[in-house]
Design a protein around this ligand. Structure first.
Ligand SMILES: *Cc1c(COP(=O)(O)O)cnc(C)c1O
Length: 222
């Protein structure tokens, strides 16, 4: 099936309050344009340099989301245009984003990445660390970031009960974080769900799904 057909089918199943991030990492700009011509405007990439190159070449009304693990020294390459950074997993990174945002006189939207999977390889903060960040006095000084919520990735498993329960845990934490009242913390986005598990994520309260291969086909990393 074509990219346009895949997009159409997925979009027709999403509730109105769930936003679709089309994950275009490794895919050529021609694929992104095909999705763009089908009406898609929100795209996700996991490498800053690749995203910056695509930003240069593609229509400027695209919203670029950085969904990958961040290297702090590369934040500057996307600070002028990135719409939402999903994978923030340290206070140091928040500080760097704030610094680069200030240089461009803008506020950069971020999500805190929370580790919900049991696998040792997944990045992310513990709920304890999230609380520490949200209650730190230093956070109040970061006036050029806006933390809009959380992002999480479930375990890569066929056991749906595990996936359900990991997403449910994040949703619970997301709701309870709303008690923190801060200028730069406005939790409205819960980014969870990929091609293999976005339906489960939506059942558990996701407001933003990051779908790649189900739209663009399998990725070839060679
Ligand atoms: C690659 C990636 C996705 C999309 O994965 P698919 O399984 O192709 O939908 C979503 N989120 C993150 C963080 C990713 O790196």
């Amino acid at each position: 099936m074509s990219i346009q057909e895949n997009l159409h089918i997925i979009k027709s199943t999403l509730p109105v309050n769930v936003q679709l991030v089309a994950v275009s990492k490794t895919k050529p700009t021609s694929d992104i344009l095909e999705a763009y011509n089908a009406g898609q405007r929100v795209f996700g990439e996991n490498k800053i340099q690749e995203m910056a190159n695509k930003f240069e070449q593609l229509p400027k009304d695209i919203e670029w989301h950085m969904i990958g693990h961040l290297q702090r020294n590369k934040v500057k390459y996307m600070a002028s245009f990135v719409h939402l950074i999903h994978g923030v997993d340290s206070f140091k990174t928040l500080k760097e984003i704030n610094k680069q945002a200030l240089k461009h006189n803008r506020i950069i939207n971020c999500l805190l990445e929370v580790k919900i999977a049991s696998e040792a390889t997944k990045f992310g903060l513990s709920f304890n660390e999230v609380q520490q960040i949200l209650t730190s006095v230093e956070l109040k000084e970061l006036k050029n970031i806006n933390i809009q919520g959380f992002m999480g990735m479930a375990s890569f498993t066929n056991d749906k009960t595990i996936v359900h329960s990991e997403f449910k845990t994040l949703k619970t934490q997301f709701e309870s974080s709303k008690k923190y009242s801060l200028q730069n913390f406005n939790p409205t986005i819960l980014s969870m769900g990929m091609s293999g598990d976005y339906k489960i994520a939506i059942e558990e309260g996701s407001t933003m799904v990051r779908v790649g291969s189900a739209i663009f086909g399998a990725r070839n990393y060679t």
